[in-house]
Structure formats: structure tokens, C-alpha cells
Design a protein around this ligand. Structure first.
Ligand code: ZN
Length: 416
């Protein structure tokens, strides 16, 4: 009797245990499949790269998809670290990159926990740092800025370095006109023409970020200018709008804006959606960012100088282009958060020379003569700026007389 009861009780416990075990297993698998930490959900580190220049060290972490991150600075030894959540780093990725450029000692990476990758930047000296995420493919860009040095002395300098950046290239056509003209081809041709014109200037060294139809990621363009220790950076683009009638010229510098049109242009040039652009703008506006980031942006791009350069470029484009394109409109000097201008410490602007989406301006942009006018006006705008910046006036040969002769030559050739 007793044995029978005991057997029943045992069977009951076993049954409950089995029930609990099954329930637990079900919950476990359900949790696993819903959990963002599930293996298939993890972002993956694809590569770690860096560029050194006197002004900053730019570190780029290539990811398979966006990941949230946390950043922190620690002392003894001085280092920055970034924890990338829901991320893994495969074995084949190099985990330590010695840098030793006076800003960073090294970049290290490791699987900190099952779903967190830690990126450590061992610092030598740093003034500030800046992080932003680029899309398509996803990458995290960390700019570690060098301790601010004394302003560069221009006296005695005989050559200025100007970096021209024709936008897009390779698999990225940029904006495409109604009949199929691609922005990448137009702006490359214009940039090469500007290089040709300014190559006659003994005191200017012109370098282009690309001289053929190749793809160049946005972060590499500014890094290139920094590496070349450029004095000016001019990114050349053609505009586009869903309104076919939109025409005109506008020149941008890097800064925060809530202007919808400017955000739309920046979103297109940044290759991100307008929604993402609005989110980024809102993020900048948040308390955490506004004060610090905006002062950093101003400092980084020598905002006042960029503004002057933008006005010279814009005025020159307008005065020359309006002679051959009566429909062109002055859209003015504007500002927006362009990724391609971030991290540059020299005066830097982005010019939208005409609307490739407008049928008339597309036709003009397809002609040699119009491209020549645009190129000459960009060259003239750059020269105007250089000859007006007081420390640069002393650069031998960079004087008004020289420029006026050049201006006259442009006007003569424009009439023909
Ligand atoms: Zn563009």
C-alpha cells in the first residue's frame, strides 16, 4: 500500500519535472530566437583601418550592420574605449594595430563579452575626439584630434596645397539627370579642368582626391586632404531635386542646420535617407551634443575661413555662370552636416555647381563649354579667396595684379 502511494507520488513529481523541463526548454528557445544577441543578429567587425595626419588620426571600424555603442575615456594609461553592442569580431581580423603617430599609440579590439566588442584607442596626446556613423556599408568613424598647435605660419611658405574633391565615382553615380548624365562624370571632368587651370600657378599645388572613375568612401576624402596637409578643400558636386524646374548654384560649409532643403541636399550627398539625416540633426541638437559638438565643428573647419571661401566660390560661380545660363539662380551660401567635410581642419566647402536634374542644366553640364566656364569660375573663386586672406597675400606671386590679369583672360574667353 505504502509502496504503491510512494510510486504514485514519484510518478507525479517526475511528470511535473518533465513538464517544467519542457516548459523551460520552450522558453529558452523562444528567448534565444527573440534575443537580439542571437548569433544571426550580431553585427560583425569586417575591418579596422586608420589614417594619420598632423591634425588628427582617423580610425574606421567597418561593420556588417549598424550597432549601438558606448564610449568612455580612462586614464593611467590614457585611453578611449568604445563598446559595440550586439557585435562580434571574427578571428581573422587583426586585433592590434600599432600607430605611434604622436596622437595614438595603438588601436586594439577584442570580444569583451559574448555580444560586445571593445575597441580601445591607446592615446599619446589628444585634444578632443569625434565619432560618427556612415552607411552603405556601415562604418564607425572615430577622429582623434591632436592637441591644438600654434596656427600655421604662412610667411615663408611658397606653395599652397588645394585639394579638389570630385564627388562620387565608381559604383556611386551620384545624381543622374533626366537623360542619364551622371554627376560623377561631370564633376570629375570639372575638377580636372580646375586642376589644369591652376597648374599654371606656381604657388599652388593642386591635388585631386580621384582622377578617374573610381569609388572613394566619404571618410577617405577628408583623410586624404589631412594627410596632404592641405590648405583648402573643395568638394565639387552637381545638385538634384525632385522638382525638375529647380535650378541654381549653392555653396555649403559644414555646420548644424534645421533647414529642410539643406538637410535634403546633405542627405543625398551623405548617401543616407532624409529620415536618418533628421535623426542625426536631432541628435546634434540634444544637450549632450549641441555645445560641445558645434564648437568642435567650428574649430575643425575654421568656420570663419570656410565661410569666406564659400562666398568667394559662390560669387565667382554666379558671376561667370549667369552669363551663359540665364535661368541660374543664386541659392546662396548655406550650411549643413556633410560627412565629407567632417574632420577637416582646413577651410573646406562643398559646391553644388548646377542642377543635373534640371533638363536645361543637364544639357549645359553635358557640354565642354559650360564645364569650362564652371571650372574657370571655381579656379577664380579659389584664387580670389587665397589673394584675400591676409596671411596668404604674402605668398609670392599671389597678388591682385596677377589675379586681375587672370580675371580678364577669363572674361575674354567667356565672350567667345
Ligand atoms: Zn554629389
Amino acid at each position: 500500500m505504502l509502496r504503491g502511494r510512494l510510486k504514485k507520488a514519484l510518478e507525479k513529481i517526475r511528470g511535473r519535472f518533465l513538464y517544467v523541463a519542457i516548459l523551460y526548454s520552450c522558453c529558452y528557445f523562444l528567448f534565444q530566437s527573440l534575443s537580439p544577441a542571437g548569433a544571426s543578429e550580431l553585427s560583425e567587425v569586417r575591418d579596422i583601418r586608420y589614417w594619420s595626419s598632423g591634425g588628427y588620426t582617423r580610425v574606421v571600424i567597418d561593420l556588417s550592420k549598424p550597432a549601438e555603442y558606448m564610449k568612455r575615456r580612462l586614464s593611467d594609461p590614457d585611453r578611449l574605449y568604445f563598446d559595440l553592442r550586439n557585435t562580434r569580431i571574427p578571428k581573422e581580423i587583426k586585433k592590434k594595430l600599432p600607430v605611434g603617430d604622436g596622437i595614438l599609440r595603438a588601436v586594439r579590439a577584442g570580444q569583451y563579452s559574448s555580444d560586445t566588442v571593445r575597441i580601445v584607442l591607446d592615446l599619446e596626446t589628444m585634444e578632443s575626439f569625434d565619432v560618427f556613423i556612415l552607411d552603405d556599408p556601415t562604418r564607425m568613424v572615430i577622429d582623434v584630434n591632436a592637441v591644438h598647435k600654434e596656427e600655421r605660419k604662412y610667411q615663408g611658405i611658397t606653395k599652397m596645397t588645394v585639394v579638389l574633391d570630385p564627388g562620387h565615382g565608381g559604383h556611386d553615380p551620384g545624381a543622374v539627370g533626366p537623360t542619364g548624365l551622371q554627376e560623377k562624370d561631370v564633376v570629375l571632368d570639372i575638377a580636372l579642368r580646375v586642376r589644369e587651370i591652376l597648374s599654371n600657378e606656381q604657388n599652388i599645388e593642386i591635388i585631386v582626391t580621384r582622377d578617374e572613375d573610381i569609388f572613394l568612401p566619404l571618410e577617405e576624402r577628408t583623410a586624404f586632404a589631412m594627410k596632404k596637409d592641405a590648405d583648402l578643400f573643395v568638394s565639387i558636386h552637381a545638385n538634384a531635386s525632385p522638382r525638375r524646374g529647380a535650378t541654381g548654384i549653392e555653396t555649403y560649409l559644414l555646420n548644424w542646420t534645421n533647414d529642410e532643403e539643406a538637410m535634403r541636399v546633405a542627405a543625398r550627398e551623405n548617401n543616407i535617407s532624409l529620415k536618418r539625416m533628421r535623426e542625426m540633426t536631432a541628435k546634434y541638437k540634444s544637450d549632450d551634443y549641441l555645445g560641445i559638438m558645434l564648437s568642435d565643428l567650428r574649430r575643425q573647419n575654421k568656420r570663419d575661413e570656410s565661410l569666406k571661401l564659400a562666398h568667394h566660390v559662390q560669387n565667382s560661380l554666379l558671376s561667370h555662370v549667369s552669363k551663359v545660363n540665364s535661368t541660374s539662380v543664386n541659392l546662396g551660401v548655406k550650411q549643413a552636416l556633410f560627412y565629407v567635410l567632417r574632420g577637416a581642419t582646413m577651410p573646406s566647402v562643398l559646391a553644388e555647381v548646377s542642377f543635373i536634374s534640371n533638363p536645361l542644366e543637364e544639357r549645359l553640364l553635358s557640354t565642354d563649354s559650360y564645364r569650362a566656364v564652371v571650372a574657370r569660375s571655381l579656379a577664380s573663386g579659389i584664387l580670389n579667396y587665397l589673394s584675400n586672406v591676409s596671411p596668404l597675400q604674402k605668398v609670392a606671386g599671389m597678388n591682385r595684379g596677377n589675379l586681375h590679369r587672370k580675371e580678364k583672360a577669363y572674361q575674354v574667353s567667356l565672350r567667345h
